[in-house]
Write a protein that binds this ligand. Structure first.
Ligand code: NAD
Length: 477
């Protein structure tokens, strides 16, 4: 088959309406935080994008106080039907500014525009629409006739799905009648700060939603605030453990959405071409910077060679480069720090004796780039089989029997997601039931829907986001 050349089709960066400076949002108003502030850079070329005001301790205190006033004042007492209207307005606001948000997300995060346009931004709007629908139906959600909100919720999110994670946190909290103080990740605060504009345009009572930018110290201040009733954290297992320790004995509620090392299990009767698509989507979507990424491929020995040949052929067709180009499959790594971590873990894989392979081609000279990589000859003891790489790196292991596949899949401290590929429905059910993972996809991978609960076991955290289960985290039940 001949190759077709793709003419570049970049989305214009003007659509992002980048401002020279972004401010934090406290008590219904934008302000320059008392933090030092930072310059946001584009990970695809390392050039500065804009200046960002960051919160200091006094801003965290003000935000929590404002959230309390709003909770005690208009918000918690408001009829669910009225609260729902605000959520619908936010959802529509996201849709109206979808193109702008998609370009901004790709500039700030490095992810391909195809993903921010088709997954992140529509997913964020869908979360607000979904939970808007719950706001006046909480009495029928299975948590008693009059479930009450928890109060003021502190929320801390990571950089891999900046707007989507903000939506996952804010939408259910508001639907249940809570008020929030959300801290965006240090490298990707832009879309959360535009979400603050949307919140302001939706005319929410001041203090219901507060959005802060800043680094770990701001997150720590939110967690440490005595007047916060619950912390909802998404991020690394390492920081999740620190937060769990800090909150032990305080009586504050906590939900943790942490890391993962998912097994994507391919049986010998699986449709291999479809499996290849699912494997690629599982580990190379968002450059592998996905908590539920299928980073361990477990393939049945009898089809391993055939599958790896097909996988390499498919990888050779992926287009790597400008995140704003609509043809791009693989964008930039989010930060120099993350790139260094990926490189370090890959070097350990080679040192341990595994064999890396990447498709031929050159990477852009400037920016943070890492070629999609497959490691074969991986043993379960290798670090690349055990630790979350959070990059476009797939570790391939083999198995002979279903029980061996299950044992290897569960041989991890994590338990967030897994995939099963087989023609047999009975095998899907049998295997899925024995996998210790919060989500198990069958003959697909990385499918999300606001109606479906998502969350982990073991070191992947506790609590569920999405669906009816997601309400429970924000109700006093
Ligand atoms: P991270 O834990 O370093 O940071 C996450 C957030 O916590 C950031 O906003 C950061 O500023 C803040 N933070 C850092 N130290 C803190 C502290 N001591 N107290 C309070 N806040 C603190 O994680 P990251 O590198 O930004 O994100 C990648 C991680 O997130 C991966 O491990 C990934 O698996 C995980 N993740 C999980 C899910 C999920 O739903 N399970 C979703 C996305 C990402």
């Amino acid at each position: 088959m001949s190759d077709f050349e793709y003419t570049p089709a970049p989305e214009s960066r003007d659509i992002a309406r980048l401002k020279p400076r972004y401010q934090i949002f406290v008590d219904g108003a934008f302000r320059d935080g008392s933090g030092v502030g930072t310059t946001s850079i584009n990970p695809a070329d390392e050039f500065p994008l804009t200046e960002i005001a960051e919160a200091g301790a006094s801003d965290v205190a003000d935000a929590v106080e404002a959230a309390h006033r709003a909770f005690d004042g208009p918000w918690a007492a408001m009829a669910g039907k009225e609260r729902g209207k605000y959520l619908f307005r936010i959802a529509r606001g996201i849709q109206e500014r979808a193109r702008e948000l998609a370009v901004l997300e790709s500039l700030d995060n490095g992810k391909p525009i195809r993903e921010s346009r088709d997954v992140d931004i529509p997913g964020a709007a869908a979360h607000f629409f979904y939970y808007a629908g719950w706001a006046d139906k909480l009495a029928y959600a299975g948590f008693g006739p009059a479930p009450q909100p928890v109060g003021v919720v502190g929320q801390v999110i990571p950089w891999n799905f900046p707007l989507l994670m903000a939506a996952w946190k804010i939408a259910p909290a508001l639907a249940c009648g809570n008020t929030v103080v959300l801290k965006a990740a240090e490298t990707t605060p832009l879309t959360a700060l535009v979400l603050a504009e949307i919140v302001a345009e939706a005319d929410l009572p001041p203090g219901v939603v507060n959005i802060l930018a800043g680094g770990p110290s701001v997150g720590q201040a939110v967690v440490a605030s005595a007047d916060v009733d619950k912390i909802a954290f998404t991020g690394s297992t390492e920081v999740g453990k620190i937060i769990a320790r800090a909150l032990a004995g305080t009586g504050k509620r906590l939900s943790l959405e942490l890391g993962g090392k998912a097994a994507n299990i391919v049986f010998d009767d699986a449709p291999l071409d479809e499996a290849v698509e699912g494997i690629v989507d599982g580990i190379f979507f968002n450059q592998g910077q996905v908590c539920c990424a299928g980073s361990r491929l477990l393939v049945q020995e009898s089809v391993a060679d055939e599958l790896i040949v097909a996988l390499k052929r498919r990888l050779s067709r992926l287009r790597i480069g400008d995140p704003l180009d609509k043809n791009t499959d693989i964008g930039a790594i989010n930060s120099a720090t993350q790139l260094a971590r990926i490189r370090e873990l890959c070097a350990s894989g080679e040192a341990d004796g595994a064999t890396p392979w990447s498709p031929p081609g050159t990477l852009p000279e400037r920016g943070f780039w890492f070629a999609p990589t497959i490691f074969t000859g991986v043993s379960p003891a290798h670090r690349i089989a055990r630790e979350e790489i959070f990059g476009p790196v797939l570790s391939v292991l083999t198995f002979r029997t279903p029980s061996e596949a299950i044992e290897k899949a569960n041989n991890t401290p994590y338990g967030l997601s897994a995939g099963v590929w087989t023609e047999k429905g009975s095998r899907i059910l049998a295997v899925a039931g024995q996998l210790r993972a919060g989500v198990v996809w069958a003959n697909t991978f990385n499918r999300f829907d606001p109606t479906a609960p998502f969350g982990g076991y073991k070191e992947s955290g506790f609590g569920r986001e999405g669906g009816r289960h997601g309400l429970e985290e924000y109700l006093d039940v």
